[in-house]
Design a protein around this ligand. Structure first.
Ligand code: 26Q
Length: 777
C-alpha cells in the first residue's frame, strides 16, 4: 500500500471510524484531501530567502480544488484506483461544490496565476478574503433568475489551515475586529514548490458578552460577533459594476490591512526596522483597484508604527506596489465619496490627503497647469479616485491585452501615460492548461501527447508542433471524433442536470461569461431569432442544426441583465414549441454556470462566442480556454480576440463587426433607430420584444430592453453597445460558420490550428512576464 492510500485509510478510521467501503462522499472527500495535505506538509513552510511576490485580490475563483491538486501532486491515478477498489467512481467528488470566491474573469485569472506560479517555481502568494458565502447560486423560475446563498462550507474546507496564532487586529471608525488567516497550499504541477493562498476571516474580539446575556439582552450578547462576521459575510456579486457600499470598502480595507500587517511582521523578523529593503523583499500586485487602499495603509503602518517619514514611506510604496487595470468601463472605475471614506477609515484619511498633496507637488514640478491637474487629482468632485492613486503611488500600471493597454495609454489614461510613459506596460492574460486542457479534456490531451509528447503540460508553446497534423487526415478524423465525444458527455450531463436533451450531432455554439450589456448576449439572441424567422420562411434549408448554449449569472441588482436572461429563456420556449424549427435549433440557458460547468462546456464547443462591443472587453479569458480546446471563435476584434486571430489566423476564426476605430468614427452620428427603420430583418427581431411574440410576464423588462436600444429620450445613449450596428454582419458571419461546419475535415483543421497556436495564452507565460518585468524576482 502506498503512503497516500495508507494516509486515506488512517484518516477514515481515526476521524470517522469507517473503512473506504462504508464512507460517504463527504468523509472520502476529507480523507483524500487531508491525505494529500499530509504529503504536501513537509514542503509547505514559511520561506524567508529571496524576494516574494504577493497577489492582493478581493477575489480568487479557484473552483473545485480536489482534482486539480491531485493532478498536480501526481496522485490522480492512484486516487482513481483507490476509489475503484472501494467500488466508487472518481466522479463522486463532483458533488463537492465549487470554491466560488470570485465573480468571473478577474477572480479566475488570480487562480490561474497561482497555479502557474507554483508550477514555474515562482514565489507568489495570494492574499484575499475568506467569504462565508461565495457567488450566489442561480436557478430559474419561469425563466427569471433567482439567487440563493452559496453555502460552500457545507462540505467543510479540508484544504485550508486556520492560523489562530497569526491573527491581526483591524480598526474601523466604529468597530475593531480580528482578521484570522486561513492558509491553503498552492501546489505546483510536478514541482516541489508549494506557495500559499492566505484568505482572511473577520471575527469579533469578544464572541459573547456575558454581562449583556445575564441582564437579559440576548441579541446584544452576540451583536459584536454578528457585526464582525458581517465583514467577510458575502462576496459582492458585481462584475464590472460598483455597488458603492460601505461594507465593500470595509472588506477592501480589512484584507489589505491584514495582509500588510502580516508581511511587515515577517519582514521585521528578518530585516529588523530598516524598511529600505522592503521593496526588495516583497512585490505586491494589486488586482484592479479593489486592494488599492493598501497604499495609504502601508504608509500609515510605516509612519505610525515604525516612525518612518511620510516621504520615505511613499517611496517604499511606489517601489513595492504595481497595479493591474482590468476594465475601462466607467461604471467599474472605483471611487468612494470623501465623507463615506473619512467616516469608515478616519485613520487612513490623513494619509490620503498627504498622497494627494505629494501628487499636486509633483504635477507642479512637472509643469502641469492647475486646470490639467484636475484630471489627475485623487480627490476630485467630492470623491476619492482609486485608480488615480494606484497609478501615482506604484511603479507599474498594466493592461491585460495589447488592445486594452493601447486604449489605456491613448484614451482612458492618456494624461497619465503622458506623465509616466515608462510605468505603463502590457501583460496579456493567460489561463492554466493544467485545468483548462489536461484536466477537463483528457481525450484531447491524449491526442496531443501521443503525437508530440507531454512537455506541453508545462510549456504550452510546444503545441506548435501540432501544426503539421493539420494536413493529416487521420489526425483530423480523430480530432473530430474527440469533439463529438465531448459533446456526447456534455449532452448526458445536461440531460441529468437540466432535463434537456441536446443532440450531439448538432453544432454546439456556446456563449458563457457573466451577463453584461457590453458582452452582448442579446446580439446572440437576435441572431437566433433571425434563424428562427428564416427557417419558418423556408429560407434556410441548408442549415446545420445548432444548439445555442448560454451560461451566465447577472448581478442581482442589474435589472436589464436579468431581462436579457428572461428574453433568452423565452426564445428557448418559443422554439421548443415550434415543431419545424425545433428540429433545426435548440436554445438552452444552463443554470448556475460556474467553473466546474465551464470545464464541461468548453471542451464540447464547436464555436466560441466572443462578441463584446469592440474596445470594451479588456481581455477575456474564456476566449483562450475555447481556443486551447480547439473551438474557432465567432467574435469581434476586442480584447485578446485580436491576439487570438493574430496567432491562429483570420481564416480559422469568424471575425465580424465594427472595430474600435470604426466605432469612434461613427459614434457621434450613431442612430440605431435609422437602422431599425431601414432594415426589416433587424426590425423583425427587435420587435419580438414588444409585439407579443414573447412574454415577460407583465414585468416590463422587455419594453425596457426595447427602449434602451432605440429611444434616446429613455436612455442617455440609445444602443450604447452598438448591437444593431453589428447585427447583420454577425448574422452573415454565423451563417458562413454554419456552412463551413459541413466539411468535417476542413472544419477540424480550423479547430486543430487554433489549439496548435494557443501556446502564448498560457498563464505560465503571463506569470513569467510579471515576474521578470514587474516583480523583478
Ligand atoms: C467594483 C467596485 C465595487 C465593487 C466591485 C467592483 C468590481 C468587481 C469585480 C469591479 C470589477 C470586477 C470584475 C472585473 C472583471 O472581472 N474584469 C475582467 O477581468 C478579466 C481578467 O483580466 C478580463 O479578462 C475581462 O475582460 C474583464 O472584464
Amino acid at each position: 500500500m502506498t503512503e497516500f492510500k495508507t494516509e486515506i485509510n488512517n484518516y477514515l478510521r481515526m476521524q470517522y471510524g469507517v473503512s473506504a467501503k462504508d464512507a460517504d462522499v463527504k468523509q472520502l472527500y476529507h480523507a483524500v484531501s487531508r491525505a494529500a495535505m499530509a504529503i504536501v506538509s513537509d514542503r509547505w513552510h514559511p520561506k524567508m530567502a529571496g524576494k516574494r511576490a504577493c497577489y492582493f485580490s478581493a477575489e480568487f475563483l479557484v473552483g473545485r480544488l480536489i482534482y486539480d491538486n491531485l493532478q498536480n501532486l501526481g496522485l490522480l491515478e492512484e486516487c482513481k484506483e483507490y476509489l475503484k477498489e472501494a467500488g466508487l467512481a472518481f466522479s463522486v467528488f463532483e458533488e463537492i461544490e465549487d470554491n466560488a470566491l470570485g465573480n468571473g474573469g478577474l477572480g479566475r485569472l488570480a487562480a490561474c496565476y497561482l497555479d502557474s506560479a507554483a508550477t514555474g517555481n515562482i514565489p507568489l502568494d495570494g492574499y484575499g478574503i475568506r467569504y462565508r458565502y461565495g457567488l450566489f447560486r442561480q436557478s430559474f423560475e419561469d425563466g427569471f433568475q433567482k439567487e440563493s446563498a452559496d453555502d460552500w462550507l457545507r462540505f467543510g474546507d479540508p484544504w485550508s489551515i486556520r492560523r489562530e496564532d497569526e491573527k491581526v487586529l483591524i480598526s474601523f471608525a466604529d468597530q475593531e475586529v480580528y482578521a484570522i488567516p486561513y492558509d491553503t497550499p498552492v501546489i505546483g504541477y510536478g514541482t516541489d514548490t508549494v506557495n500559499t493562498l492566505r484568505l482572511w476571516q473577520a471575527e469579533p474580539l469578544c464572541a459573547f458578552d456575558f454581562s449583556l446575556f445575564n441582564s437579559g439582552d440576548y441579541d446584544g450578547s452576540v451583536s459584536e460577533a454578528v457585526r464582525a462576521r458581517e465583514i467577510t459575510g458575502v462576496l459582492y456579486p458585481n462584475d464590472n459594476e460598483k455597488p458603492g457600499k460601505i461594507l465593500r470598502l470595509k472588506q477592501q480595507y480589512f484584507f489589505s490591512s491584514a495582509s500588510l500587517q502580516s508581511l511587515l511582521k515577517s519582514y521585521v523578523k528578518v530585516y529588523g526596522q530598516d524598511f529600505s529593503k522592503f521593496p526588495d523583499a516583497y512585490a505586491i500586485q494589486l488586482n484592479d483597484t479593489h486592494p488599492t487602499v493598501s497604499i495609504p495603509e502601508l504608509i500609515r503602518l510605516l509612519t505610525e508604527k515604525y516612525g518612518v517619514t511620510f516621504e520615505v514611506s511613499l517611496e517604499i510604496a511606489k517601489r513595492t506596489f504595481a497595479y493591474t487595470n482590468h476594465t475601462i468601463l466607467s461604471e467599474a472605475l472605483e471611487t468612494w465619496g470623501e465623507e463615506l471614506f473619512k467616516g469608515v477609515l478616519p485613520n487612513v484619511w490623513p494619509i490620503i490627503l498627504k498622497i494627494q498633496e505629494a501628487l499636486l507637488l509633483e504635477l507642479t514640478q512637472k509643469g502641469i497647469s492647475e486646470e490639467e491637474s484636475e484630471g489627475f487629482s485623487i480627490l476630485a468632485d467630492g470623491k476619492v479616485h482609486m485608480a488615480r492613486m494606484a497609478i501615482f503611488a506604484t511603479h507599474s500600471t498594466n493592461g491585460v491585452a495589447k488592445l486594452h493597454t493601447e486604449i489605456l495609454k491613448n484614451d482612458t489614461l492618456s494624461n497619465w501615460y503622458g506623465l509616466y510613459p515608462q510605468r505603463f506596460n502590457n501583460k496579456t492574460n493567460g489561463v492554466t492548461q493544467r485545468r483548462w486542457l489536461k484536466l477537463c479534456n483528457p481525450e484531447l490531451s491524449d491526442f496531443i501527447t501521443k503525437r508530440i509528447g507531454d512537455s506541453w503540460v508545462t510549456n504550452l508553446s510546444e503545441l506548435e508542433k501540432l501544426v503539421p497534423y493539420v494536413s493529416d487526415e487521420e489526425a483530423l478524423k480523430e480530432f473530430a471524433d474527440i469533439k463529438l465525444k465531448k459533446k456526447e458527455q456534455l449532452a448526458f450531463y445536461i440531460r441529468e442536470k437540466e432535463g434537456v436533451f441536446l443532440r450531439p450531432e448538432a453544432i454546439f455554439d456556446i456563449q458563457v461569461k457573466r451577463l453584461h450589456e457590453y458582452k452582448r448576449q442579446i446580439l446572440n439572441a437576435f441572431g437566433i431569432l433571425d434563424d428562427y424567422f428564416s427557417i419558418k420562411e423556408g429560407l434556410l434549408n441548408d442549415f446545420t442544426p445548432t444548439a445555442y448554449i448560454f451560461g451566465a449569472k447577472a448581478a442581482p441588482g442589474y435589472k436589464r441583465a436579468k431581462g436579457i436572461i428572461k428574453f433568452i429563456n423565452e426564445i428557448a420556449k418559443l422554439i421548443e414549441s415550434d415543431p419545424i424549427v425545433k428540429e433545426k435549433i435548440q436554445v438552452l440557458f444552463v443554470s448556475n454556470y460556474d467553473v466546474s460547468y465551464a470545464e464541461k462546456l468548453i471542451p464540447a464547443a464547436d464555436f466560441s462566442e466572443q462578441i463584446s462591443t469592440a474596445g470594451l472587453e479588456a481581455s477575456g479569458t474564456g476566449n483562450m480556454k475555447f481556443m486551447i480546446n480547439g473551438a474557432p471563435t465567432i467574435g469581434t476584434l476586442d480584447g485578446a480576440n485580436v491576439e487570438i486571430v493574430e496567432c491562429a489566423g483570420m481564416d480559422n476564426n469568424y471575425i465580424f463587426g465594427a472595430t474600435v476605430q470604426e466605432l469612434a468614427r461613427i459614434a457621434p452620428q450613431y442612430d440605431p433607430k435609422a437602422i431599425y427603420e431601414e432594415n426589416s430583418r433587424v426590425r423583425r427581431v427587435v420587435d419580438t420584444l414588444i409585439d407579443g411574440t414573447l412574454s415577460d410576464g407583465e414585468s416590463g423588462t422587455f419594453k425596457d430592453l426595447y427602449l434602451a436600444l432605440l429611444d434616446s429620450e429613455y436612455v442617455k445613449r440609445a444602443d450604447e453597445y452598438y448591437v444593431l450596428y453589428d447585427l447583420m454582419s454577425y448574422i452573415e458571419t454565423r451563417r458562413r460558420a454554419n456552412t463551413d461546419k459541413k466539411d468535417t475535415l476542413k472544419f477540424a483543421a480550423k479547430g486543430l490550428m487554433n489549439c496548435a497556436k494557443s501556446g502564448t495564452f498560457s498563464s505560465d507565460r503571463s506569470v513569467s512576464e510579471y515576474a521578470a518585468d514587474i516583480w523583478k524576482l
